[in-house]
Write a protein that binds this ligand. Structure first.
Ligand SMILES: *Cc1c(COP(=O)(O)O)cnc(C)c1O
Length: 461
């Protein structure tokens, strides 16, 4: 950068051009043709302000300042939310947007985004309709529920249920189920915000039917069961069987609500995967309401789904909070398309990315790994060792806890390069590739990588 010479003794700040002078330059006019004028002016001001703060030895030429302006404008034009390659080994990674949508759901979102859609219009009568009518049919068919309703996420679903059914009254929860999920969802905090009073039952490791019975009283509005999906108390434990909990609720005429977290719509063991509670089974066991996420194992968009008794769902629907928690048309489009796949697809492992990832045979992962290793070899540079190794991945987002799913990974090592540095190089690629460090080695998990080219990114030098 060549500073403009300033006559000796003069204050170098004098030489700082005005905003008007810079904007009059042809290079600035080209920027104004490309970006909103106010935005260009703001960035010019910022650049001049930083020159003013730092100019001790002189002021750069106008052309140099305008290059800085152009650079900053280009940087602000880059989307902050970007495509990344998930080779972390966590299939439903909350930091990476959880489930990737099925193609049918992507198409439905695109259409709903581009066109007018009947989100609240009953096409048969021409009158105003209910958003939830768009999904009720599929939700009931898939879960055996009488009714269902959708909000923005499962945390919102829990809040809505507690506020509607138990504000200013008692909710019984086992101490062993007062969980925190994802570092921000804590049952006691959500309960407090809902206005319901938490009545802890039992102890952290053992809760018995007699504990629930003893806690029941005239102020009890609800029995809450939380699927402790992201951890498990092992050893000397006892949890009250669901059927027994349902019986306790029935005797006292108190509804039982289960926050299932992930909530599978199909039995995952049929695909050779670990067991995860199935929504239909919980309702069949007599639970009055069940809530679960749309973007965990279900494999759809972020949403919170509540299904169960018609009279209780009807009460949720008229709570004013519900208006504040309602999803937009894009969510209905994506969730509707995903639910229809569950009803209609003859092969969910083909059509639903979450299940396609989880059920992929290891030989397939190994083949992808060998092809990716061959492509990556030259891009990494000298001295790198790449091999396909056995690894374990997890479903993530609190689904199927503790149980790991067998996987394969590319291990990338260099005698003189720290695994953190290797990870940073992959993160800086276009698109960024995210792996993990395990036992001092950088690993790229292959379960979600179908095309070896996804890993063969430009790594710079
Ligand atoms: C994940 C989870 C939640 C929160 O669901 P979001 O859809 O992320 O809001 C609540 N309860 C349980 C048991 C969960 O696993």
């Amino acid at each position: 950068m060549r500073p403009v010479a300033t006559p000796s003794g003069e204050n170098p700040r004098r030489a700082i051009p005005s905003v008007e002078r810079l904007l009059a330059a042809p290079a600035a006019q080209a920027l104004v043709a490309r970006y909103r004028r106010e935005h260009v002016v703001d960035v010019v001001r910022d650049v001049l302000a930083s020159v003013r703060r730092t100019a001790t030895g002189g002021v750069p030429a106008d052309a140099v300042l305008l290059e800085r302006v152009a650079g900053r404008l280009a940087a602000t034009a880059v989307p902050r939310l970007r495509r990344v390659v998930n080779a972390t080994g966590v299939v439903l990674h909350t930091n990476l947007g959880r489930a990737r949508l099925a193609e049918a759901a992507v198409a439905a979102v695109t259409e709903a985004a581009r066109e007018a859609v009947n989100v609240e219009l009953d096409l048969a009568t021409g009158r105003r309709g209910e958003r939830d009518a768009l999904l009720a049919d599929d939700l009931c068919a898939l879960t055996g529920a009488e009714a269902g309703l959708v909000v923005n996420n499962n945390a919102a679903a829990v809040l809505l249920v507690l506020n509607t059914l138990a504000a200013d009254r008692d909710v019984l929860v086992s101490r062993g189920e007062l969980v925190e999920i994802g570092g921000s969802f804590r049952i006691p905090d959500v309960m407090a915000k809902s206005g319901a009073r938490l009545r802890e039952v039992g102890t952290t490791n053992r809760t018995h039917a007699v504990d629930y019975r003893a806690a029941l009283g005239p102020a009890t509005a609800l029995v809450l069961k939380v699927h402790t999906s992201n951890y498990r108390v092992v050893g000397f434990t006892a949890a009250v069987d669901l059927a027994e909990l349902v019986a306790i609720g029935r005797e006292a005429a108190v509804p039982v609500f289960e926050d299932l977290g992930s909530g599978a719509l199909v039995d995952l063991t049929a695909f050779g995967l670990p067991y995860e509670p199935v929504v239909r089974e919980r309702l069949a066991a007599g639970v009055d309401l069940v809530s679960f996420s749309g973007d965990k194992l279900l494999g759809g968009p972020q949403a919170g789904i509540v299904v169960g008794r018609r009279d209780l769902v009807a009460r949720l629907a008229v709570n004013p909070l519900r208006r504040a928690l309602r999803p937009d048309k894009l969510t209905y489009a994506a969730l509707g398309a995903t639910l229809r796949l569950y009803r209609q697809s003859p092969d969910l492992t083909r059509d639903l990315p979450v299940l396609r990832w989880l059920t992929r045979p290891l030989a397939d992962l190994e083949a992808t790994g060998r092809a990716a290793a061959a492509l990556l070899g030259s891009r990494l540079g000298d001295g790198y060792r790449i091999e396909v190794v056995a690894s374990e991945c997890e479903v993530g987002s609190g689904a199927v806890p503790v149980v790991a799913v067998e996987s394969r990974a590319l291990a990338i090592e260099h005698a003189d390069v720290d695994p953190d540095r290797i990870a940073a190089r992959f993160r800086a690629a276009h698109p960024p590739v995210l792996g993990r460090i395990h036992d001092g080695r950088f690993l790229l998990d292959l379960r979600g990588i179908f095309d070896p080219a996804e890993l063969a990114v430009d790594l710079g030098s």
